[in-house]
Design a protein around this ligand. Sequence first.
Ligand code: ADP
Ligand code: MG
Length: 296
Amino acid sequence: MSAAKKTDKPVAADATMPSGTTSGTPQILLAHHLKQLKLPTILREYDKVAREAAREGIDHAAYLLRLVELELIDRERRVVERRIRQARFPAVKSLDTFDFAAIPSLNKMLVLELARCEYILRHDNIIALGNSGTGKTHIGLSLGLAACQKGFSVAFTTAAGLVHQLMEARDERRLLKLQRDLAAVKLLIIDELGYVPLSTTGAELLFEVFSQRYERGSTIVTSNLPFEEWTSVFGAERLTGALLDRLTHHVHILSMNGESYRLAQSARHRKLAATDGNDQSAVEAVDQDTGEITPR
Ligand code: ADP
Ligand code: MG
C-alpha cells in the first residue's frame, strides 16, 4: 500500500532522489532544479557564460559569481516591474520627460530631492496644487515611478475612483481589508482631489484613509483647488479641518499654477502647421496667447 502511495506522488519521489543518479543528462536535471529554485536567468545564461569563462580563463568561483550577479540584476528588474504593475499607474511617466521650464512656479530642486524618496522614509506627504494641465498628474506619476524603482510599494488612484472603491468595498463587506491594504502601501497617490464634490459618506471614508495613514505612510495629493476651497469638496468644515491638519503636518507643497501645458502644446502645433507651408498662413492667423485660429 505504501508502494502504491509512492507511485502516486512522483514529485515526492523525485525530491528524495539524489541528483545525478537518475537517467537523463545533467543539463535536464540542472534545468529542472534551477526552475524549482526560481533562478531563470542562471538557467538562460549558464551555458553562454561558461563559454565566456573558458575563453577568458576565469575560475569556477568567478564564473559562479558572474551568474549569480546576473540573476540578482534580473530579479531586481522583475521586482520593479511587478511594483509598477501593482501601482496601477494610468501611464508610466518619468521626470526625464518633464520640462521644468514650462512651469516656473514649480520648485525644481524640491522635486528632484523628492524623487530620491527620502520623504517616504519620514512618512511625509506631498500636495501638488495648481490649475488644470500644469503637469500635476505627470509629477505624481514620476514620483510614483521613482518610488517603485527605489523599492517602495505604491498605489495610484484618483480621489473619485478611491471613494468609489471604498463605497463598493463597504457595500460588499470588505471595507476593512481594503482599508488595511491602503494603510499598508508605502506611497499612496490620490490624483484629482477637487474635481468632484464628495458625498458625506464618501468624504468620511476618504478622511479615514488619510487618518489611518497619518505618520505611517506617505500620501501624494494633487488638486486644482487651493486649501481654502477644500471644504467645498468634503462638505463639512470640521472634517476638512481635521483632514488638512493630518495631511499638512509633515508636507511638501508643490505650487503648480501656470499656463496649461496641453493648451500651450496644441497652440504650438497649430502654429507649426500654419507656418510649415501649405499656404495655411495665408488663410489663418494664430493668436500667440490663446492658440486660437482665426481665418484672415
Ligand atoms: P494636470 O494633472 O495638472 O491637469 P497633466 O499632468 O495631466 O496636468 O498634464 C497634461 C499633459 O501635459 C500630460 O500629457 C503631461 O505629460 C504633459 N505635461 C504637463 N506639463 C508638462 C511639462 N512641464 N513637461 C512635459 N510634459 C508636461
Ligand atoms: Mg491631472
